[in-house]
Design a protein around this ligand. Structure first.
Ligand code: AR6
Length: 177
């Protein structure tokens, strides 16, 4: 097992229950909450989160902004905005990779050693799950290969099917060396 494999973990469950340094939120450009994982994070963190988010003036697609964790067992929440899938020729892959890179940069800037990501854009934003997991794994492993922090990245999957896609993507990456 390579050093990078040891720094990537899979978890099946609700990301709001994870006690890590930072979790990533799959937000929208307003940063004012919504459905899916965004709604779950805002509900669990409490109304203070939306209050801080209001000060941030939104976020562009592919960008990331950081807040405190409030009632969640994390120091920080990193809010990123994934691309809406429009068929694949609207820079979706580059924008999704940018979400992972910018989020990891935010985490590193605050010395967050363990960071958990949901599968950004794979719900309401309809990004094909197999492609999204490959981008997630490729971008995260490239980043941690060049940076000591975060030490550990958790891909938090809502269900077993998503965990299997991550496993396949990790296997493919290991095969490529
Ligand atoms: N923990 C972990 N993963 C979750 C959770 C959870 N509690 N809830 C859902 N997922 P989505 P998007 C998974 O739709 O596609 C919001 O309204 C889910 O199974 O939350 O980036 C925002 O405000 C899926 O695999 O995010 C935006 O408007 C993944 O998280 C829009 O949705 C992402 O699904 C963003 O859409």
């Amino acid at each position: 097992m390579s050093e990078i494999d040891q720094r990537i973990r899979l978890h099946i469950g609700d990301i709001t229950k994870l006690a890590v340094d930072a979790i990533v939120n799959a937000a929208n450009t307003s940063l004012l909450g919504g459905g899916g994982v965004d709604g779950a994070i805002h509900r669990a963190a409490g109304p203070e989160l939306e209050f801080e988010c209001r000060m941030l003036n939104g976020c562009k697609v592919g960008g990331a902004k950081l807040t405190k964790g409030y009632r969640l067992p994390v120091r920080h929440i990193i809010h990123t905005v994934g691309p809406v899938w429009q068929g694949g020729d609207k820079d979706e892959a580059e924008l999704l990779a940018s979400c992972y890179r910018r989020s990891l940069e935010c985490a590193a800037a605050k010395d967050c050693r363990t960071v958990a990501f949901p599968a950004i854009s794979t719900g309401v934003y309809r990004y094909p799950k197999d492609q999204a997991t490959q981008i997630a794994v490729g971008t995260v492993s490239a980043f941690i290969g060049q940076n000591a922090v975060p030490e550990t990245v958790v891909f938090c999957c809502f269900d077993q099917q998503m965990a299997e896609l991550y496993q396949q993507a990790l296997l493919r990456l290991a095969e490529r060396g």
